[in-house]
Ligand binder design. Sequence first.
Ligand SMILES: Nc1nc2c(ncn2[C@@H]2O[C@H](COP(=O)(O)OP(=O)(O)O)[C@@H](O)[C@H]2O)c(=O)[nH]1
Ligand SMILES: [Mg+2]
Length: 234
Amino acid sequence: VEHEAAAGERRIVEVRRAILDKNDRLAERNRGFFEARGLLVLNFLSSPGSGKTTFIREAVRALQPKLKAGVIVGDLATDNDAQRLRESGAPVVQITTGTVCHLEAEMVNRALKQIDLNGLNLLIIENVGNLVCPASYDLGEDLRVVLLSVTEGEDKPLKYPPMFQSADAVIISKMDLADACGYNRELALANIRRVAPKAQIFETSAKTGQGMGAWCDFVMRQHQDGLARDLSPR
Ligand SMILES: Nc1nc2c(ncn2[C@@H]2O[C@H](COP(=O)(O)OP(=O)(O)O)[C@@H](O)[C@H]2O)c(=O)[nH]1
Ligand SMILES: [Mg+2]
């Protein structure tokens, strides 16, 4: 019986590995497609309610004169976020995943066919709100952006290390609420740096606009660097 249990477990691990391998291959295809089009692609991840939709809407507005963005957003149900994101003027496609707790490269590939990419230089993907599953799924993005709001608790990077380890940038959101919820800035920054030493950190508020300028500069620099890389001979 013990033997069978071990075999069953090994089988589960194998199936899981095969699913992730397939996703990685499709993600690489997406990446080649994005590169050929000169699109900078950002994958936004966080727990539900950290402020992804609000931040993306404001960032798209702020970037508008320099970079034209499209947005793909994933949720289990409803197109509420797509409607809110359209207020920015950007083309938006909603993916509803049903029971799936993360976006997969294939879902993004399908959504791409519903968006007019002509004239766009930035694609923002708002992943399903979840600090666990989406960390395992590459979508073909250039950068992973993880949000942590000041209302969530400073220890979240330590509790969910894979998500934060994979981050290229960490956005601390809702800074306007920092005092009201007794946010410990030093502790939060130390915890992020411990898990994600290389991630760039941005302290922001979508409500007051704090940090939005620095964020936009970062995105524009990344876009420039990406173009320079793609044009340079290999
Ligand atoms: N005070 C404040 N509230 C915010 C800010 N950003 C988002 N919110 C609020 O936080 C809630 C969740 O935001 P939402 O953008 O839907 O988060 P998402 O689930 O991560 O996409 C909403 O009630 C927003 O109005 C912010 O910068 N400051
Ligand atoms: Mg949202």
